[in-house]
Design a protein around this ligand. Structure first.
Ligand code: SF4
Length: 291
């Protein structure tokens, strides 16, 4: 198989076949994201090359592929017709194929509209991984996410209504000290409106070659301490009403908060309260991310 540029996939796609349909990210402006800052630029691969990779995977793995992930920043942004063609071809190639997933930002999902999303679901797209990051419009603007809470809610609901699963990623601490309260409250509001299948927590770590690292270094962005991150998580969880599955499957988090809502809300809040009794120095140290 051919791969170009950085290849990232969600931890939950660790066992999936990776077939690249797009390269880079068409947005590439988020101030916290380093992935494509040094290129390559956004590009959709030739259909014949994508299909050749799928057939090569059939040669290598046989007809045993159960899950497929199409990596790169925003594969959802490619033309709906072309993405449908890939989905259908993959389904025809692997009779065992169950789940097909992509990354997609709300702004590109929104452009598809309810009908485009229904077509993708009917063609075989089963889950979209979306970097929600925050539900606070001031934070979304500051980090140049290219979307708003209203657009994120509409896009999220359309995905669910089309019959696909939705996995939303929230970054604890992305609003810094001055927005921690509104980050937790506004994010919970957006999640309560969407009611995604999965909410996945990450903790903000400044990355090399990013605007947000420069803000951390010049003091205009004040990072949360471990206890402040945990208090932010507690407020978010307190305000969550969505019946979603909460996961924190990421190395950046201070503690593992995982459970079904609303049943496990109290257990998770108790876990945070226990962690808050630990010295801050006992949590992982500050570091600058390089990947
Ligand atoms: S976070 Fe996602 S949308 Fe933003 S620049 Fe990175 S890959 Fe693109």
């Amino acid at each position: 198989m051919q791969y170009k540029g950085p290849i990232y996939r969600p931890p939950s796609e660790a066992d999936s076949l990776l077939i690249q349909a797009t390269v880079g990210c068409p947005h590439n402006k988020c101030t916290f994201c380093m992935v494509y800052k040094n290129g390559p630029g956004y590009k959709v691969r030739d259909m014949k090359d994508i299909k050749a990779d799928i057939l090569r995977a059939l040669d290598i793995y046989g007809d045993h592929v159960r899950t497929l992930f199409l990596p790169a920043g925003n594969t959802i942004a490619m033309k709906t017709d072309d993405l449908c063609e890939i989905l259908i071809f993959a389904k025809e190639t692997f009779s065992t194929l169950g789940r097909i997933t992509v990354y997609g930002s709300s702004q590109y999902i929104h452009k598809k509209g309810p009908q485009g999303l229904k077509r993708l679901a009917d063609a075989g797209l089963s889950r979209i991984h979306v970097g929600l990051e925050s539900g606070d419009d001031i934070i979304l603007k500051r980090i140049k996410k290219g979307t708003s809470s209203k657009e994120q809610i509409e896009a999220g609901r359309w995905v669910m209504d089309a019959g696909m699963e939705l996995s939303l990623y929230v970054v604890l601490g992305i609003g810094g000290k001055d927005r921690t309260d509104s980050h937790a409250r506004e994010t919970a509001k957006v999640l309560n409106e969407i009611v995604p299948d999965f909410i996945r927590l990450r903790t903000f770590v400044p990355k090399i070659n990013t605007g947000l690292l420069a803000e951390v270094q010049n003091g205009s962005f004040q990072m949360l301490s471990p206890h402040e991150v945990l208090r932010e998580a507690a407020l978010l969880i307190t305000k969550l009403r969505a019946s979603s599955y909460l996961a924190s499957d990421h190395y950046t988090n201070y503690i593992n908060l995982e459970g079904k809502f609303p049943e496990e809300k109290k257990r998770l809040l108790d876990k945070i309260n226990i962690a808050l009794k630990q010295e801050e120095a006992s949590f992982r140290p500050f570091f600058i991310g390089t990947q």
